[in-house]
Design a protein around this ligand. Sequence first.
Ligand code: OKP
Ligand code: ZN
Length: 358
Amino acid sequence: CIEHPMKIFHNPLHAQHAGRQEMFRGRMVPCHEVPARLDFVLAALQSRPLGPLLATAIPDAELHAAMARVHRAPYLDFLARAWDAWVAMDQANAERDALPSVWPLPSRHGFRTDVVPRNFAAQLGLYAFDAGTPLMAGTWAAARAGAGCALAAAQDVLGGARSAFALSRPPGHHAGPDYFGGYCFLNNAAIAAQALRDGGHPRVAVLDVDYHHGNGTQTIFYARPDVLTVSIHGDPATEYPFFLGHADERGAEAGAGCNLNLPLPRGTGFATWRAALDQALNAVARFGATALVVPMGLDTFAGDPISGFQLHSADYLAVGQALAGAGLPTVFTFEGGYAVAEVGTNAVNLLEGFAQAV
Ligand code: OKP
Ligand code: ZN
C-alpha cells in the first residue's frame, strides 16, 4: 500500500512527436524513442496505481516564462517555427522529419555561431548536436506540453507534496540552453529544478540516473552554486553523448564543486551502480539540497537495446527506496528506457520503491 500518493502529470500530446528514423553510423534506422514507451508506463500504472493521473492546465505565458529560465529565447523561437520553416524550404519536406546534416563545430575552426544563417538546414545544424533527433510537425506541441508536466510536478512539490512524476516524452536531459539532441528538445528536469528554485527552495539537486550523461542539465547549471547536478552514466569515452560527462567536470566559476559525474564502464552491474548511487546521494546530502529532481531513465536495464548496464527489474525497487532515503521533496521526469515492453514495469518499480519507503 502507498502511504503518500504521487500525482502523475502526463502529456496527452506526447504521441504528436513520433520520429520515423534516426541517423546511426551512416544509415537511417528506426527511432528508439517511440510513443509506445509512455503507453507501457501508463499500462503499468493502471495495474499498480501510485496516485492520480492528471493533465496540466498551465497558462501559455507562465509556461513560456518557465522554459525561458533555462533556454535561450532565440532557441525557443527556433523550435516554435522549425516545422513551418522546414516545409517552406521544400513542400516535399512535409513528408519527412527534419534532421540536420551540417554543423558549425562552435568551439573549433573559428566557425561563426553568432550569426544565424538564413538557410533553415543550416539553422538545424546550429541548434542540434546530433543527427539522431528528428523534429516533426507535432514536436513543438509535444515538447511544450511535456515541459508543462515538469512545471506542474514542480508546483505540486512546492505546494507540499512529497513527490510528483512528470510522465512525458520526448525526454529532456540532453537539451541544453540553446540546443537539442539525444531525442531531447526542452530540458524538463532543468525546468523543474529552476521552478523549485524560483518557488523558494534555496538549494536544489538534480540526480540523473539515466544510462546517458545528462549533458544538457549539466551545462545549464554548470556555473550555478544553487543547483547541484549529479549524473551516473556510461563512461563517455565509449558511450553517448561522448563529448561531456567525464569525472573531472566539477562545475565552473560560482558553481565550482557543484557538478559531479560518476561515469561507469559499459557492462556495470547493480552492485557497482548502487555504490555509485550512494556516492551521489552523499553529495546531495553534503550540498544541503532542500529539493531533488530525478531525471529517471530506465535504460540502465540489462535488456536495453542501446545501453550497456546490467540492472534487472527488481533492482529498480531498491533504487527508488534509496532515492527516498534522501528525505527530500522529489520531482521525477521520464527520460530514456528503450526496452519498450519492460519500461513500464521498471519505471513503476522505481516509483513504487520510492513511495513505499517515504
Ligand atoms: C537519450 B536518453 C543508438 C544511438 C544512440 C542517442 C542516444 C540518446 C539517448 N542507435 N543515440 O539519454 O536516453
Ligand atoms: Zn539515456
